[in-house]
Write a protein that binds this ligand. Structure first.
Ligand code: ADP
Ligand code: MG
Length: 582
């Protein structure tokens, strides 16, 4: 075949394949244009999951009459003019690709009115030349996009149900609204109003409009500024943990970004404040000089590159940590005025330790009424007949249980030092190791349920469940769809008894995270975490002895399945040194 240049319509259609993946991409592009046009109000209405129609109106600058035709040409943009501008971008768009791409795969109407000019209307169908005429309309711009992919049936086939496409749009418009608390966003789906943000400039107001007051209550305000950088946002209180990182939203210079590095910095800030498998929720805004960051790595991916990752990492982990430390301080925070001891304990951590110790001194050595049955441990561990012998065995092996403090940590004396064992992490490690052993020799860890369990599920998750069905089967779940929004569990791993639906939900949540996971390991860790004794549970001496004894049998006993330490060791020599005995 002879080589030929492609015509514009075909070029646009090909480009649309990259820019416009699904209706949510259209919403993103059009809302970003509205933001770039300086709007203070943006309304988004969709129907049929955005496949049938998307209507976006703004009160921004509008487009001059004479430029309307140009706006639909490829690489036509008002946002940059020269190469140097590329390194100093402060608009959301600049490639001049969105309008021609969207117009090439839909039926589009545009209404706009600029300055003192008269209004204008443009009609386009499948990327044909626009039909433009004067038309009275409100200041700003309104774009209606209908029948997405009507002329590219192959692409249309890849769309999910209207419900899932609607969920994607909801996600995108929520993030855009969060990214600009100074703009009032309205979002309605099938004529139902989902949210309207006030545009007050306060992030908290935006979060309340989208997620509700009850959710917003769980967050502390964060404000930190250095010479060139500022960090600002909302961070969840440690007592409000989430099961995955889906609730961590990052914005760099008001643009939503995805960044594993930023998540790690947040993890670091919360280290020691959350249990394993617990994650904080954050809405974090980072402002950094444009030269320090590249947010345009790829137009459709929200990737970001920092010139100096270490500085950013430190700023976030320290900024958040400081804020949480201050919130525990009665003079610095409005919330949680604690006991009279609190102000001391902030000055010296050691006092904190003593305070807890004396508080529980009445019972940390006494036998508790709580038996291991309640923790589910007896299901997993062969019953110890001669419990009282355990203490002896322990002492023979050079370990002696001193007691429990804060109902959470077990103190163990050894010849060369002291252990502070986190009872939850330790028990988790023991259960996890046992499960791993079991899984490796059993050919299948699945049991048919006497009463199959039906449950409701969103269509988005239903799709995911279908997609991952083979993996679920491998780990022992037999699940079938009952309808578009319900499914039924027929078989499940026996250790999950009573928690099957909950665990499926958590697995799906993990899978939604888009990071590679080993589901089998995750499930074992989940089972272990659920069955493990919690912090805050008083233990008898024998229970403690059993736990420590079991822990010592396990490989890697110094870390829990998620890598957190199960214990802190205090070396005897160090102790002597600190007391200036040496
Ligand atoms: P880009 O945003 O990369 O410049 P687009 O194809 O999205 O490219 O838009 C082309 C041009 O159309 C923009 O540069 C802008 O001048 C104009 N435009 C698009 N949408 C709007 C709007 N809502 N308000 C004002 N101008 C707009
Ligand atoms: Mg644009």
């Amino acid at each position: 075949m002879a080589i030929k240049l492609l015509d514009d319509r075909l070029i646009n259609k090909i480009a649309a394949g990259e820019v416009i993946e699904r209706p949510a991409s259209i919403v993103k592009e059009l809302v970003e244009n509205a933001i770039d046009a300086g709007s203070t109000k943006i309304n988004v209405y969709i129907s049929g999951g955005g496949i049938d129609s998307i209507e976006i109106s703004d009160n921004g600058s509008g487009i001059p009459y004479e430029e309307v035709a140009l706006a639909f040409k490829r690489h036509a943009t008002s946002k940059i003019t020269q190469e140097a501008d590329l390194f100093n971008i402060d608009t959301m768009g600049f490639r001049g690709e969105a309008l021609p791409s969207i117009a090439s795969v839909s039926r589009l109407e545009l209404y706009t009115q600029y300055g003192t000019q008269n209004g204008v209307r443009a009609l386009l169908e499948g990327g044909q030349k626009p039909d433009i005429e004067p038309y009275p309309t409100a200041p700003g711009t309104k774009i209606i996009v209908r029948d997405v992919f009507f002329n590219t049936p192959a692409r249309k086939k890849f769309l999910k149900s209207a419900v899932s496409e609607g969920i994607h749009i909801h996600d995108i418009i929520s993030r855009l609204a969060l990214s600009r608390p100074d703009i009032s966003f309205t979002f309605a789906n099938e004529k139902k109003l989902y949210f309207k943000t006030p545009g007050s400039g306060e992030l908290r107001d935006t979060v309340i409009s989208i997620y509700g007051q009850d959710y917003a209550r769980n967050f502390l305000d964060l404000e930190w500024s250095g010479e060139d950088y500022t960090l600002q946002g909302l961070i969840s209180k440690p007592e409000f943990p989430r099961v995955n990182r889906k609730n961590q939203t990052f914005f760099v210079n008001h643009r939503w970004v995805k960044s594993p590095m930023l998540s790690r910095a947040v993890d670091e800030a919360y280290r020691g404040r959350l249990l394993s498998r617990e994650y904080p929720a954050v809405f974090l805004f980072l402002s950094i000089p444009k030269a320090e960051v590249d947010v345009n790595v790829h137009p459709q991916k929200a990737e970001v590159r920092f010139r100096d990752e270490k500085v950013i990492f430190r700023m976030i982990s320290h900024g958040i940590r400081d804020r949480m430390d201050n919130s525990a301080h009665p003079t610095a925070a409005t919330e949680e005025t604690g006991s009279e001891f609190q102000s001391w304990s902030n000055q010296t951590g050691n006092l904190d330790f003593l305070r807890g110790f004396s508080k529980t001194s009445g019972n940390y050595m006494t036998n508790s009424a709580i038996s291991f049955d309640r923790t589910g441990l007896t299901n997993e561990i062969p019953p110890y007949k001669a419990l009282d012998k355990i203490d002896l065995i322990m002492e023979d092996s050079g370990f002696a249980i001193i007691g429990q403090c804060f109902d959470s940590y077990i103190l163990v004396e050894k010849a060369d030092g002291l252990w502070l064992v986190d009872q939850h992490a330790a028990h988790e490690r023991i259960l996890y190791s046992r499960l791993a052993e079991k899984n490796s020799d059993a050919e299948s860890n699945s049991q048919v349920l006497m009463f199959p369990l039906a449950f409701d599920i969103s269509s988005e998750r239903m799709d995911l469940l279908e997609e991952k069905r083979a993996i679920f089967r491998e780990i022992g779940f037999e699940i079938e769809a009952l309808g578009p929004n319900s499914a039924i569990i027929r078989s499940a791993p026996p250790q999950l008894q009573g928690r099957e639906i909950e665990v499926i939900g958590e697995c799906l949540e993990l899978l939604e995270d888009e990071r590679p996971i080993d589901l089998e390991k995750e499930i074992s860790a989940m089972i272990a975490c659920k069955q493990a004794i919690k912090a805050g549970q008083n233990l008898s001496r024998q229970e403690m002895a059993m736990l420590i004894n079991d822990l010592l049998q396990v490989k890697d006993y110094k870390n829990c399945p998620h890598g957190r330490p199960t214990m802190i060791e205090i070396n005897r020599l160090d102790l002597d040194k600190r007391f200036k005995r040496k």
